[in-house]
Structures are given as structure tokens and as C-alpha cells.
Design a protein around this ligand. Structure first.
Ligand SMILES: Cc1cc2nc3c(=O)[nH]c(=O)nc-3n(C[C@H](O)[C@H](O)[C@H](O)COP(=O)(O)OP(=O)(O)OC[C@H]3O[C@@H](n4cnc5c(N)ncnc54)[C@H](O)[C@@H]3O)c2cc1C
Length: 328
């Protein structure tokens, strides 16, 4: 049977109509970092009723500057997100400063906020980022994001040619020590709690080839003068003059909502992340993930890109679901 072309009729609601009351949204985005705001921007521009719930603790808060985002290089992370919040507001997307503490699914999603409010969502985006658990070295946390850093792509240029240290936090730190030689030729690799026997012959060969000095012994503190890192102290009292120290935190993905909703996770050396398709859809219908909640390696520009893709895909899903529910 051939379907007739639909005409305006009372049983076909306009796509942009709020089919719901105040607490029901076509999409709720958990997390208002680059990923969540980017998803929200696309949804707002697609005339979707969307809500962003953001606890307001983006991962790069400790850093005064954000690098590597084309056209925004060097901007403060806070300013970047403030602009993003203004942009989504233009399109009527709501944003609340709150924390999602629970979520359940019965076809649609019920999303419980710490304030006690419960909202309903047809589609749910998890853009909650990850937490960096820093190595337990006295004074290190206070300097994180300034002269104690983790990522040469974020900070390497600013730290170029400086006397550089790399604190081993796992055998993977060898890779970090090798990488930073692209930015400084004066690199000391502090084994800290890693035993020398954990280094493979290949590690030792590459470290030697790159001119990295391997320093055994536990790091017990940092030396700071005039609010600048000047040295790294070992347990035997020796101090190595260093002006920048790379230290890889342990990444702990903020994945409890994904776990709660039954999304399949994949284990990685950097934590458990959801199995997603190329658009960001998890194994649970209507549940999406973007940014560092979907993968450890997402930098700000990648997180924004992931959010964009999820937002656009959600708009398409909503449209097709609504069209398929129309009797013609
Ligand atoms: C010190 C440092 C410097 C960095 N520098 C750079 C750089 O120069 N360039 C670069 O590209 N990348 C940099 N990064 C990486 C960058 O921080 C991440 O790529 C980026 O933050 C990922 O964006 P996101 O939106 O996924 O997560 P985030 O920016 O972390 O945002 C997640 C948001 O979700 C919120 N949230 C979490 N759980 C909940 C919940 N249950 N309910 C409500 N809200 C919740 C958080 O409070 C936060 O506001 C740096 C990281 C660090 C640690």
C-alpha cells in the first residue's frame, strides 16, 4: 500500500512542541564541560527542549590556560566555558548548577538531582568527564596545572627547553618520559616507587637513545621558591634542580551513572569507559556518552566534537521516533 503525503493534522504534533511539562525534556545532558555544552548547543539550535545539569568542576580547572584548541589557543578554561554557556542560553537550553545523583530508565529516563529535583528525559547524554587522582607527593597537588603537569600537548610548548622531570607513576610513565624529550633535551626520569627491574630492555635502550637520565629513589617533596618549582627532593635528601615536573595522575572516569543504567563498559589502562558507536550511543537505547566520560584521550577540542556528534545524532533519533509514531 502506498502511503499518502501527510498533511497538517491534529495527531501530528509539531517537532518543536514541548510535549511535556516543566520537568520533562527531550534531552538532558549531564555535565557542562566542552562535551556537554557542545551537545547542548546542537540540540538548542535544533529547537530541542534540553537541560544541562552541571556540577561545575571541569577537569582542567587547575590550569590558567587551555592550549591546542584551534582559534581558542591560550584562552582560560573558565572563559571558554562561560562563552559556551552564553551560547547555549541563546537557543533556550536551560542549565542548572546541580549534580545528578541517580538515573533510571523505563523507556525514558528519570534523572535525580542532588537538590531533590527529578527530571524526565527522552535521551540522556553522559558528559561527566573524569577525575585525576594525583600521586601522593607532598606539595604536588598545589602545583598541578602550573609547573606540575601531565600532558605535553597541553603544556609542553610553555615548558620547552626547561630542566624537566618526569615522575614515574606506572610503567607507562616511560612513554611520557620519552615523549617530553620532544620539548626539552634536559629530562630526568624519577623512578619514585617504580623499581628499576620494571623497566624493560627496550625501555632502557629508548631512554638512553633519547638522552633521558634515569634517577632511582623515592620522591618525597618539591622545592618551591617565589611560587615557582625549582627542585625535586628525594628521600636521601638530594635535590634535583627542575622547573617543570610531569606526573601522570590516575584517571578515574565519572562513570557511575553509566554503570547504574547498565551500559556495557570496556576496561582500559586508564579506567572503564562505555562501549559506544561512532556517534556516542552506548549499549543502552537513548543513553549517550561524550568527552572524557567516553574516553581518556579526549582533549577539549575532541570532547567538543564528540558532544556535537551526539547532539546531532540525538536530534535525528528523536525526529525518526516521532515520525514513526505518526499514523498516516
Ligand atoms: C591540568 C589540566 C590541563 C589541561 N589542559 C588542557 C589543554 O590545554 N588543552 C586541552 O585540549 N585539554 C586539556 N586538558 C584536558 C581537558 O581538561 C579535557 O579534555 C576536558 O576537560 C574534557 O571535557 P569534558 O567535557 O569531557 O569534561 P569536563 O571538562 O571535566 O566537564 C565535565 C563536567 O561534568 C560535571 N559533572 C561530573 N559529574 C557530574 C554529575 N554527576 N552531575 C552533574 N555534573 C557532573 C563536572 O563537574 C564538569 O563540570 C587538561 C586537563 C588537565 C587536568
Amino acid at each position: 500500500m502506498r502511503l499518502s503525503i501527510p498533511r497538517a493534522s491534529s495527531d501530528r504534533r509539531p517537532m518543536t512542541e514541548n510535549r511535556t511539562e516543566n520537568n520533562t525534556y527531550e534531552a538532558v545532558v549531564v555535565g557542562g564541560g566542552a562535551a556537554g555544552l557542545s551537545a547542548a548547543l546542537v540540540l538548542g539550535r535544533a529547537r530541542r527542549r534540553a537541560l544541562v545539569v552541571d556540577a561545575g568542576e571541569p577537569r582542567n580547572t587547575p590550569s590558567p590556560h587551555m592550549h591546542g584548541y584551534l582559534s581558542r589557543d591560550g584562552m582560560s578554561p573558565a572563559e571558554f566555558l562561560a562563552i559556551g554557556r552564553e551560547e547555549i542560553a541563546r537557543y533556550g537550553v536551560e542549565l542548572v548548577r546541580d549534580r545528578v545523583v541517580d538515573a533510571t530508565r523505563d523507556g525514558d529516563f528519570s534523572v535525580v538531582l542532588a537538590s531533590g529535583r527529578t527530571v524526565r528525559a527522552r535521551q540522556l547524554v553522559i558528559a561527566t568527564g573524569l577525575k585525576d587522582e594525583l600521586p601522593d607527593v607532598p606539595g604536588l597537588a598545589e602545583r598541578f596545572g602550573r609547573d606540575v603537569v601531565h600532558c605535553p600537548y597541553c603544556h609542553g610548548w610553555e615548558a620547552r627547553d626547561l630542566p624537566t622531570g618526569v615522575l614515574a607513576t606506572s610503567p607507562l610513565s616511560v612513554h611520557q618520559a620519552l615523549m617530553v624529550t620532544q620539548w626539552s633535551k634536559d629530562v630526568r626520569f624519577f623512578l619514585h616507587e617504580l623499581s628499576e627491574s620494571a623497566l624493560t630492555d627496550d625501555d632502557l635502550r629508548r631512554l638512553a637513545a633519547a638522552g633521558v637520565t634515569v634517577v632511582p629513589g623515592k620522591v618525597t617533596g618539591l622545592v618551591v621558591a617565589d611560587d615557582r618549582l625549582t627542585g625535586v627532593r628525594l628521600s636521601d635528601g638530594t635535590v634535583h634542580d627542575r622547573e617543570v615536573l610531569y606526573a601522570a595522575p590516575r584517571a578515574v572516569p565519572n562513570n557511575h551513572l553509566l554503570v547504574r543504567l547498565g551500559a556495557e563498559l570496556r576496561e582500559t589502562p586508564f579506567g572503564a569507559y562505555p562501549v559506544i558507536d561512532e556517534r556516542g550511543l552506548t549499549t543502552v537505547p537513548g543513553l549517550w556518552a561524550a568527552g572524557n566520560a567516553s574516553g581518556f584521550a579526549e582533549q577539549v577540542i575532541n570532547a567538543a566534537s564528540r558532544g556535537y556528534r551526539a547532539g546531532a545524532a540525538i536530534n535525528g533519533e528523536l525526529l525518526m521516533t516521532d515520525l514513526d509514531s505518526v499514523r498516516v
